[in-house]
Write a protein that binds this ligand. Structure first.
Ligand SMILES: Nc1ncnc2c1ncn2[C@@H]1O[C@H](COP(=O)(O)OP(=O)(O)OP(=O)(O)O)[C@@H](O)[C@H]1O
Length: 630
């Protein structure tokens, strides 16, 4: 019997949007509404169980109820009821949870919808619209609920899925939530007992509480992470991944292990196939659930794994966890730190083994998730050495699209090579057509190719691998001749030393403050000139990137970042253009001056340093004009 008149509430605008799409969608797997509601029932029951164990003297309403999920149906009336004895909801929680879009699933759905820019029914299946999915099949839905807190009332929330819902106070509900679904005529089939049984078996095999249809328990698999590996089939592992991570992809691989020391741990960790961050869905939240003897402590514990492993999904169960500890203090506890250490180490070891025994699987993983490992190198000192072994890069030795490890790189390096060389560029083609690689190629010295902005930070943070420093190949004081002689010695005559000196001082005079030094170099083979970097800490690219970041942020200038610092220019005394210039600067100083300027700008382009080409284009015309007049 109602003690107050029903209240009418409008759904929040975003919920209306979701409901409109859900109700009118042509998505074919309508049955997923059962999965969503059973999963909500299970979550609510988990929360209740956690309260029971964590707060020994919590005053729980209806404390003696069994923790199970009951499903009943009435085929004739076209009705399904899903009931749990979980935490239930108060009046305000009903409004917050079922009237707004505060929860994760529907939010991700709306974002994905915006991203894909068009109506895409499949997104419902991929992201799950949670509770609202019931309106794909229901005419009306009633949610009877009673919160676990001793003091409280029972309520009935009801809606037909159009713009509004009602909340009414009712009497006599037990603790938890009872959802009564009145099916649309065309979906009355779902109320058939065998149909609902089939759906529950399909989607709810891993639910941690008994799911009973008309009193008969259907789900039997339960906590597979506590089982022996030999008792779990690959299909069960895959299904559990989809269930636990609410994933729509397959797992790439998984790691199932238990340990007794220093802590008792049962863990099942998955590497997903898809990198959702790569799809532009924003930063992933950690998704490895933390359990103590099957009791969920926290589904998204923050510090259980390092941040750069946030793509990993799965379950960690430790019998050593104290249950009566708040989630907040749990996050920083030394126990979590210990778990973190053990699990991270094991996961990294698995990656190392994959790389060794199944290189294709690892390389595939690397191309989707390598960025996370690179992030690890730059942020996680503890695991840096292990992570460095897992890095993969293209190089001047590999084919396009294939990569090398740092260890393999070193195994090929000539005896005298004390450093690991890399070049950063937008693509393989860009790096290979630039001037920097020439001298290395001419001596068969391998250079790693870095394509992503984070790579330079990786090199900078890591500094060295197996005591060999990472050095950018555009650095000015690399003594290549000390490592290996040039293989092709037939490069034509070089300018006389005196002529070359005279030319360098002419160029320096013409370029003024734009260059700090001009010198002849035998590092160049096919290019006339290049800019070399004298800053050991920062490559020119990195300097440019930091400056851009700074300008974007509108912050104060970092020291050493203001204006363009003068660059060091090296010219190739064997190159015909340079030889011509040596003769020209005596007969036609004006044209030789213009060509010197052009040489510098071309070298800037090759180094990725030319920001405004307009001056260069004007000068280019001047040069062409002078040449064409001859
Ligand atoms: N049976 C239930 N008992 C108690 N609370 C519930 C129940 N069903 C839903 N809720 C509440 O309503 C909220 C919204 O549910 P919904 O299924 O739409 O999203 P969700 O489960 O939070 O998100 P996701 O589907 O991404 O896990 C839940 O977060 C929960 O707080």
């Amino acid at each position: 019997m109602s003690t107050q008149a029903p209240e009418r509430h409008e759904f929040q605008a975003e919920v209306k949007q979701v409901l409109d799409i859900v109700v009118h969608s042509l998505y074919t797997d309508k049955e997923i509404f059962v999965r969503e509601l059973v999963s909500n029932a299970s979550d609510a029951t988990e929360k209740l169980r956690h309260t029971q164990v964590a707060e020994k003297d919590a005053d729980i309403f209806d404390a003696d109820l069994d923790l199970e999920i009951q499903v009943t149906s009435d085929e004739e009336a076209g009705e399904i009821t899903i009931r749990d004895f979980g935490i239930g909801m108060t009046h305000d929680e009903l409004i917050e949870n079922l009237g707004t879009i505060a929860h994760s699933g529907s939010k991700a759905f709306l974002n994905a919808l915006k991203e894909s820019g068009e109506r895409n029914d499949n997104l419902i299946g991929q992201f799950g619209v949670g509770f609202y999915s019931v309106f794909m099949v229901a005419d009306s839905v009633k949610v009877y609920t009673r919160s676990w807190k001793k003091e409280g009332e029972c309520y009935c929330w009801s809606s037909d899925g159009s713009g509004a819902y009602e909340i009414e106070q009712v009497e006599g509900e037990r603790r938890g939530t009872r959802i009564v679904i009145s099916l649309k005529d065309e979906y009355k089939d779902f109320a058939k007992k065998n149909r609902i049984e089939e759906i529950i078996k399909k989607y709810s095999a891993f639910v941690q509480f008994p799911v009973k249809v008309d009193g008969e328990k259907l789900n039997t698999i339960g906590a597979i992470w506590l089982k022996n590996k030999s008792d779990v089939s690959d299909d069960e592992y895959k299904e559990f991944y989809k269930f636990q991570a609410k994933a729509f992809d397959e797992p790439r691989f998984w790691l199932h292990f238990n340990a007794d020391a220093p802590l008792e741990i049962n863990a099942l960790l998955y590497a997903p196939t898809e990198n959702m961050e790569g799809f532009g869905f924003g930063r992933m939240e950690p998704g490895v659930g933390l359990y103590c003897r099957k009791v969920l402590i926290d589904s998204e514990p923050k510090n259980l794994l390092p941040d750069w492993l946030r793509f990993v999904r799965g379950v960690v169960d430790s019998a050593d966890l104290p249950l009566n500890i708040s989630r907040e203090s749990m996050q920083d506890s030394s126990l979590i730190q210990k778990l973190n250490k053990v699990i991270t180490k094991r996961f990294l070891k698995t990656l190392e083994e994959k790389a060794k025994k199944e290189p294709e699987v690892y390389n595939d993983f690397w191309s989707s998730f390598g960025l996370f490992l690179k992030e690890g190198v730059t942020t996680d000192f503890t695991h840096r050495d292990q992570l460095l072994k897992l890095l993969r890069y293209e190089s001047s030795y590999t084919e396009a699209g294939t990569t090398t490890s740092l260890a393999d790189y070193l195994s090929r390096a000539p005896e005298g090579q004390k450093e690991i060389y890399y070049l950063f560029g937008p693509s393989r083609e860009a790096i290979e057509s630039g001037p920097y690689i020439e001298a290395f190629k001419a001596r068969n010295i391998e250079v790693l190719y870095l394509y992503e902005p984070i790579d330079e930070f990786v090199m900078n943070h890591a500094r060295a691998f197996e005591e060999k420093n990472f050095v950018s190949a555009d650095n000015d004081d690399i003594d290549l001749d000390a490592i290996a002689p040039e293989t092709d010695t037939d490069k034509g005559e070089a300018l006389e030393a005196s002529a070359s000196e005279a030319l360098c001082s002419f160029i320096k005079e013409k370029l003024g403050d734009e260059v700090s030094e001009v010198s002849a170099s035998d590092r160049l083979v096919g290019s006339p000139a290049m800019i070399v970097n004298a800053d050991k800490m920062m490559t020119a690219q990195m300097r440019k990137m930091m400056k851009a970041m700074q300008q974007k942020a509108g912050g104060p200038e970092m020291p050493g970042m203001g204006g363009e610092p003068p660059v060091k220019l090296q010219v190739n005394p064997r190159h015909p253009l340079v030889k011509n210039l040596a003769a020209l600067h005596e007969s036609n100083g004006e044209l030789a001056g213009l060509i010197s300027q052009q040489l510098l700008d071309n070298a800037r382009i090759a180094a990725g340093l030319l920001e405004d080409p307009s001056k260069m284009v004007q000068r280019n015309y001047q040069i062409l004009e002078q040449l064409s007049s001859k």
